[in-house]
Design a protein around this ligand. Structure first.
Ligand SMILES: *Cc1c(COP(=O)(O)O)cnc(C)c1O
Length: 357
C-alpha cells in the first residue's frame, strides 16, 4: 500500500564505519569544556521529564535571537535544519511547482522534494562549482520553478556561490532558501535580505558549531513568513533537554564556541596548505569547516586506504562533477596531522600498487 514515491526513495547516507579519527560529518571536533558540561547537568537535573516542553520554545528563542542578531519573531525552530527543509518543501507554492537545486549539493533538498513527489530541476554547477546561470535560467523557464535551495557555502564543494547569480534567479519569481549551515566559518550571509523580503529565508543550525547531538535548526525570515511556517511545526519538535542545553551553551559557552570556530578556521588554512604540497592532490578552496579534494586514484580505494590507517573521510565521487573526490572535515590539530600522515602513506601505497600492475 505504500506509495511508489516512498519506495523509490534512497535513504540518507551517513558514514557508519568505526575509525579512530572521524573526519566525515563536518562536526565541531571539540567537545564542550567540563565546567559547561557540569552546568548542563545541573540544569538537566531540574527538568521535569514527565512534562511536555514549552511548545513555543520561548526562552530558547530569546537566546537564539540574541545569538543571531534578530528578533524572536523572526525564528522558526526545527529538529535540525533538516526538518525545516521539509517544511519549506511543503510550504512554498503548489506541490506541482518545481524545485531548483544546483548540484552537487546537500542531499536533503532532493530527498524532501522526492518525498512529496515535487518535480526537481537539477542543474550542474560550472567548472568552478559556481551556479551555471545560463543553463539555470533556461531550465527555470521550461519547468515552472517556484522554490530554490542554495547551500551557502555549498556542501560538499566548500565554496560560496555568486550572490548576484542567486539574485538573478530570484528575480524570476523564485522563492529562495539560503542554507547557511556553515555561516560561522564563512561569515557571509543573506540574513539582511531574509529580514526585508518575503521571497527569501535563511537556514542556520547549531550542528556545525558543537551541538550536532541536540538537533536544533533555525529558520530566519520576516515575521510574516516565520509566523506562517511556524503553524506547520510538529508540536514539541524541540525536546525539553535540547531546549535547556542549547540555552545554557549559547549563554555561558559563547566564548568557547567563538574560540573553537577560530581554531577550525586556522586549521582549515593550515590543512589546505599542507594538502597542496602533495603533487597528486587537487585541493578546492573552502569557506566552510571541510575540504574537498581530488586525486588521480579511485575515491573508493583511497577512502579504504585512509580507513585502514584509522582515518574516516567521506567519499563524494558518486555525485555529479565529483569524480575521484573526497571530503575531509577539519579536525583538531592532532587529528589533522594523523589525516595528513595517512594521506601521504595511502597515496604512496596506491602509486606503488598501480606501478606493479
Ligand atoms: C550539515 C548540514 C545541514 C544539517 O543541519 P542539521 O541542522 O543538523 O539538520 C544542513 N544543511 C547543510 C548544507 C549541511 O551541510
Amino acid at each position: 500500500m505504500l506509495s511508489d514515491r516512498i519506495k523509490k526513495l534512497k535513504a540518507y547516507k551517513t558514514e557508519k564505519s568505526k575509525a579512530k579519527v572521524r573526519l566525515s560529518s563536518n562536526e565541531l571536533p571539540y567537545d564542550l569544556p567540563t565546567e559547561l558540561k557540569e552546568k548542563i547537568s545541573e540544569e538537566i537535573k531540574k527538568v521535569p521529564l514527565n512534562r511536555y516542553p514549552d511548545p513555543s520554545c520561548g526562552e530558547l528563542k530569546e537566546v537564539l535571537a540574541d545569538f543571531f542578531g534578530v528578533k524572536p519573531d523572526n525564528l522558526v525552530l526545527g529538529n535540525g535544519s533538516d526538518e525545516l527543509i521539509y517544511y519549506l518543501s511543503i510550504a512554498v507554492g503548489d506541490l506541482e511547482g518545481a524545485v531548483y537545486i544546483p548540484v552537487p549539493t546537500f542531499p536533503m533538498y532532493e530527498i524532501s522534494a522526492d518525498i512529496l513527489g515535487r518535480p526537481k530541476v537539477l542543474v550542474e554547477l560550472d567548472e568552478g562549482f559556481d551556479i551555471d546561470l545560463e543553463n539555470s535560467l533556461r531550465a527555470l523557464e521550461e519547468n515552472g520553478v517556484i522554490l530554490s535551495y542554495y547551500a551557502y557555502p555549498n556542501n560538499p564543494t566548500g565554496n560560496l556561490f555568486s550572490r548576484e547569480k542567486i539574485r538573478e534567479i530570484r528575480k524570476k519569481g523564485v522563492f529562495t532558501v539560503v542554507d547557511e549551515a556553515y555561516y560561522h566559518y564563512s561569515k557571509e550571509s543573506f540574513l539582511k535580505e531574509a529580514l526585508e523580503r518575503e521571497d527569501t529565508v535563511v537556514l542556520r543550525t547549531l550542528s556545525k558549531i558543537g551541538l550536532a547531538g541536540l538537533r536544533v535548526g533555525v529558520l530566519i525570515a520576516k515575521e510574516e513568513i516565520a509566523r506562517e511556517i511556524d503553524k506547520m511545526r510538529i508540536p514539541f519538535n524541540i525536546t525539553y533537554p535540547s531546549q535547556v542545553i542549547a540555552r545554557v551553551v549559547l549563554t555561558e559557552g559563547r566564548e568557547f564556541i567563538e574560540s573553537a570556530i577560530r581554531s577550525v578556521v586556522e586549521e582549515r588554512e593550515r590543512l589546505i596548505a599542507e594538502m597542496e604540497r602533495f603533487e597528486e592532490v587537487e585541493v578546492f578552496p573552502s569557506r566552510a569547516n571541510f575540504i574537498l579534494f581530488r586525486t588521480p586514484f579511485e575515491a573508493k580505494k583511497l577512502h579504504s586506504e585512509l580507513l585502514k590507517r584509522g582515518v574516516l573521510v567521506r567519499d563524494m565521487s558518486y555525485l555529479p562533477r565529483l569524480d575521484r573526490c573526497l571530503r575531509v572535515s577539519v579536525g583538531k590539530r592532532e587529528e589533522n596531522d594523523l589525516f595528513l600522515e595517512a594521506l601521504e602513506e595511502s597515496l604512496h601505497f596506491l602509486t606503488m600498487s598501480e606501478k606493479s600492475t
